[in-house]
Design a protein around this ligand. Structure first.
Ligand code: EAX
Length: 330
């Protein structure tokens, strides 16, 4: 009798241990994280986080699931960056618009006409300068996984066709919550209204502002052609994007999973940039077909000339050598 009771309790202990181990393995197998964007799923940014989530799932054999959220459903960009810094959610993919509020050094990237084109920007961001900049996020509670792309920004408005800098004077334009942009657009005579992206469509619809500026990818994803008449391909700013992760959450990952996250971000950025290129190729025709009046041929030299006083300030603020270091990358 005694032996059988002992065997029974032993068997019970073994099954409980096995169950716990199994449970433990199951519990650790299903780590869930969240990532979000401020624009729609069907967009260059939606492609970025969907690809990232799929790559993490594949590379961790389903142990880590990244849930994706779109259209500002977990907050606008500035709120989301703050949420990631606090660890409220683990990841976000954001334009660099609000980033200077967290990592001031990143402001240099937002200077108008700093980059010759997307190829130049991608080379800078993927090279030494960009990688040095990513490292600056760590002391602020972020692991910056990779630079992505928001795109080359253009001006839209409802008042008039913009062919030269003077046409911008007096226009009430929504800007990102970015001090470099605000200073530059004021230098063009624009009346600036910094605002979270999630409020822009309504502000344009109600006439709170006359216009805004964004890449073609964003203009199309946000369906701004429904509330904006005029588009001018000013290409005045290259807008980077960035994969940001809560640093503590990243540091908790195993060495292998850290590598998986970094590689997933790299694959996602390729898909993100490919979508921007596709959007740029079709954007003007699509927006014209939807009723926008588009000025394609812009004398950028006139806008750059108008910005000379502001750029002199930027050279003082950021150091001419630092700006030239970026400009001179080939
Ligand atoms: O990241 O705020 C902006 O205009 C951004 O370009 C937009 O949120 C996409």
């Amino acid at each position: 009798m005694k032996i059988s009771r002992r065997l029974t309790s032993l068997a019970l202990a073994c099954s409980v241990a096995a169950g716990l181990a199994g449970f433990g393995a199951t519990a650790s197998a299903q780590t869930a994280m969240r990532i979000n964007i401020s624009v729609a799923k069907d967009s260059h940014q939606g492609v970025a986080i969907d690809t990232f989530a799929a790559e993490v799932d594949k590379r961790t054999s389903g142990r880590i699931k990244v849930q994706t959220f779109y259209s500002g459903s977990l907050g606008a960009e500035r709120e989301s960056i703050e949420a990631v810094q606090l660890g409220t959610h683990e990841l976000t993919f954001s334009s660099t618009g609000p980033v200077p509020n967290f990592v001031p050094e990143a402001r240099i990237l937002d200077i108008p006409f700093l980059f010759r084109d997307k190829a130049h920007a991608r080379t800078v961001l993927d090279g030494a300068i960009g990688q040095e900049m990513l490292a600056k996020f760590e002391s602020k509670g972020f692991k910056a996984l990779a630079w992505g792309e928001n795109g080359v920004r253009h001006m839209t408005n409802n008042k008039r066709s913009v062919n030269a800098p003077d046409d911008l004077k007096g226009l009430k334009m929504r800007t990102m919550e970015n001090p470099v942009h605000v200073a530059a657009y004021k230098g063009l005579g624009i009346v600036t209204t910094p605002m979270a992206f999630t409020e822009v469509f309504t502000a344009l619809q109600q006439g709170t502002v006359d216009g805004q500026e964004n890449p073609l990818s964003v203009i199309m994803a946000a369906k701004f052609e429904q509330v904006q008449k005029h588009l001018t391909l000013t290409g005045h700013v290259y807008s980077p994007a960035i994969f940001l992760m809560n640093k503590a959450a990243f540091d908790k990952l195993s060495a292998d999973d850290k590598r998986h996250f970094l590689e997933a971000a790299k694959v996602a950025v390729k898909a993100n940039r490919d979508r921007v290129d596709a959007d740029d190729a079709r954007g003007v025709q699509e927006l014209r077909s939807k009723g926008m009046q588009v000025v394609e041929n812009v004398d950028k030299a006139r806008f750059i000339k108008q910005l000379e006083p502001v750029n002199a300030e930027f050279e003082k603020q950021f150091g001419k050598a630092n700006i030239d270091r970026i400009r001179n990358v080939r």
